[in-house]
Design a protein around this ligand. Sequence first.
Ligand SMILES: [Zn+2]
Length: 65
Amino acid sequence: MKKTRILIPEPASHFIRVKCTNCNNEQVVYSNSAFPARCLSCGTQLVYPQGGKAKIAGETLRQLG
Ligand SMILES: [Zn+2]
């Protein structure tokens, strides 16, 4: 008997450059981060982990790869 394997598609993960809406500081964060990332300059939380793809609170400027 053959077992059908269902492959769970992994979410595309990449690094993105975001701009803090509070102080305009730019920094690179991981789009699938499991941990909250804060702005290095003012401490505003920029990444909210949601189990899969993280929610980016700042302005996304560029995807890095
Ligand atoms: Zn900031």
